[in-house]
Design a protein around this ligand. Structure first.
Ligand SMILES: [Zn+2]
Ligand SMILES: [Zn+2]
Length: 261
């Protein structure tokens, strides 16, 4: 049995706090059957450092892009540099991009322009996009449609929205990625969405260092814990853990075909 952590920020985990080296964190993940990691960028300025931290590991792939809450922060690069940076063989996806109206309403216009540009680059390079979406259901789906996101495909990561939105995304060939939030007691609507979701559209993630699943809720998250997300989904859907592991890994390989899993 093997798992893929389809979304983590390996460069943002406070290892000192865990009293753990980077190698020990990766070993712990391995012992929990986590065999591949997609390390996700939140800005282009931080991208080179992020790659440096984990590039020695063959089982780590990377994305490149600008998180919606970090638009207009890059100093060293602009979005014009995205195609070049994202052309690197180790980069298997574009993002994370998307819209977050929950934390930032001031930057809506900049977020929308950046999101559209990421989809264009995804289509140019034939690499899928990683979409962060919060409190922006209609605009997210509309911008995906207008920019032909169904061509490069992608994933709505750390999904916490409605079944309606999940269906609209799946209609555009998108996958839905579930984080540790699903294990929270109050995540009743999300649990219902996961019950309905076809297994062949699902990915699993930790979004480390954020959103640790139960029983680690409130602590710093790490890739080893993706297994707890998978276990919870298996129970919700009444299927075996092996089935969830096998199908979500196959889904990852299907979507992120540039990754060597
Ligand atoms: Zn995100
Ligand atoms: Zn993230």
């Amino acid at each position: 049995m093997r798992f893929v952590d389809s979304h983590c920020h390996l460069d943002r985990i406070d290892l000192e706090k865990e009293g753990m080296s980077f190698a020990a964190m990766m070993e712990k993940a391995k012992q929990n059957s986590v065999e591949h990691f997609l390390c996700v960028a939140i800005s282009m300025d931080q991208f080179p450092e992020m790659v440096k931290k984990a590039q020695a590991y063959e089982n780590v792939s990377f994305s490149c892009g600008v998180h919606p809450l970090h638009v207009d922060e890059d100093k060293q690069f602009t979005l014009d540099d995205l195609p070049k940076l994202a052309s690197d063989d180790k980069v298997v996806a574009i993002g994370e991009t998307g819209l977050d109206y929950y934390y930032s309403k001031d930057s809506i216009a900049a977020q929308q322009a950046s999101f559209a540009r990421h989809i264009e680059v995804g289509n140019e390079l034939n690499k899928p996009i990683i979409v962060h979406t919060r409190d922006a259901r209609e605009d997210t789906i509309a911008i995906m449609r207008e920019n032909n996101a169904e061509k490069c495909r992608g994933v709505l990561h750390c999904f916490t929205e409605s079944w309606e939105m999940a269906k609209q995304a799946m209609d555009q060939n998108f996958f839905i990625s579930i984080s540790g939030i699903v294990t929270f007691k109050n995540a009743v609507e999300l649990q219902d969405v996961v019950r309905k979701m076809p297994l062949d559209r699902l990915l699993i993630e930790t979004d480390s260092p954020y959103l640790a699943p139960v029983p680690f809720r409130g602590k710093q998250n790490q890739p080893a814990y993706v297994k707890h997300v998978a276990e919870f989904i298996a129970e919700l859907k009444g299927v075996s853990l092996e089935k969830v592991a096998e199908q979500t890994t196959a889904n990852f390989q299907d979507l992120f075909s540039h990754a060597s899993v």
